[in-house]
Every structure is written in C-alpha cells, then in structure tokens.
Design a protein. Structure first.
Length: 220
C-alpha cells in the first residue's frame, strides 16, 4: 500500500485533477462544434482528456475531417469557455484542500505539472482562487514534449530537487499516467471521466475515486 512517508514530494496534474476544468472545456467544445455545424459524440470529448492542445487538434482533424477549421474552433471554444466560467467559475475538486493540509503538516513539498500552457494555467488557477497555492508550476511551455512524454514530471522533480523515483504523481488521464510511468514516478490515478481505459488501471500504481480517498489511504 502507498504511504506518504515513502515519498519526498507530490506532483499534481491540474485539469480534471485539482480543478474541474475538463467539464468546462467539454461544454465549450460542444458549443463551438455545434456552432460550426458539427456534433461530437458522447465519447469523443472525454477521449481528449489530458492531451496537449496540439494533440487535441490532431484528433479533431481525424474526427471531423481535413476541412475542419481549427482556428475558428479554437476562437469559438475560447469564447464559449470564458462565457461559461464567467458565470459558473471553476470548481476545486473534492479533497484537494484536505490533502494540501496534510502535505503542509508533514512538510512534504508539492508542485503542479500540466500539459496546459502557462497563460491558460495561471488563468484557471486565478479563476479558482488558488493562484498562490503552488510554489512551483511546470507547464507545456517549459519542456520540449508534453504528456504522454515524461518531460513535465522530470522537470518538476528537477525543480523540487527530488529524485523522480521519490515523487508521487497524481493524475486523472491516461496520457498523464503514461507520462508518470515513463518518468519513473509512482502514480495515483483518479479518473475524471466515467469511461476508464483498462490500460490506465494496469499502468498506475494506485487508483482511488477522489483526492479525499487518496488522503485517507496515504495517511493511514
């Protein structure tokens, strides 16, 4: 069983893990697609979970066809997203505050490592009211390759000055778990979608339902 005492640092993903951003993205994507005359299936948006936007674009072209206008989609989805979060905000995922209290109590360092760009990351953290929480933030801008490559986690470990093998990575996507495995970190998988890839379950070291349950497990 995974225990907090076995680790020297914790690395958090952001979208779908710390913040409930993915549901807001999916609403905006659906609205943008509809405005352009396309319809995304119920399974398509969750399949984009954890991917860098370049990889999202590749999947959009594959799904919608070569004639799909990525620039219009990006502009529309951004507009729809900002309209939505201006009204509804961005929610912090259940259990995050409690886990953070435990880490601070035990003096375990932590950071954020995300596939999002720095401008989007800071905007989301500010909208959620936690822009001052993470002393270290690693984004797609800081590395050569995004997840599922291990770069963001290796960079996070470097900045934390902790061997990656002593880092506990907490993720909600298949791409993130693959990246954690390739980096050599121990990984916790907390699914943010109903449909879960069986490969993700096999690859992760622990799967729990939410951050509150993770806190209970690692502090037991």
């Amino acid at each position: 069983m995974i225990k907090l005492a076995d680790f020297s640092a914790v690395i958090f993903d952001m979208d779908g893990l710390v913040l409930d951003t993915e549901s807001t993205f999916m609403i905006a994507w659906q609205q943008a697609a509809h405005a352009m005359g396309y319809d995304f299936s119920e399974d398509f948006c969750p399949s984009l979970s954890g991917l860098h936007y370049h990889d999202v674009e590749l999947k959009l072209i594959e799904y919608c066809g070569a004639e799909f206008d990525l620039q219009i989609f990006k502009r529309l989805s951004g507009d729809f997203w900002r309209e939505y979060v201006a009204v509804h905000g961005i929610q912090i995922k259940r259990g995050f505050t409690g886990l953070l209290e435990l880490l601070n109590q035990k003096k375990i360092p932590y950071c954020l490592a995300t596939n999002s760009l720095i401008v989007n990351t800071l905007e989301c953290l500010e909208l959620a009211g936690i822009e001052q929480v993470f002393p270290i933030v690693v984004t797609r801008d800081h590395v050569q390759h995004g997840k599922p490559e291990p770069d963001v986690f290796l960079k996070a470990a470097e900045l934390l000055q902790v061997d990656i093998g002593r880092c506990l990575v907490v993720e909600d996507s298949h791409a993130g778990i693959v990246a954690a495995s390739r980096a050599g970190a121990v990984s916790v998988f907390i699914p943010s979608t109903v449909q879960v890839d069986p490969r993700t379950i096999e690859l992760c070291d622990l799967m729990v339902s939410d951050l509150a349950q993770l806190t209970d497990v690692i502090s037991a």
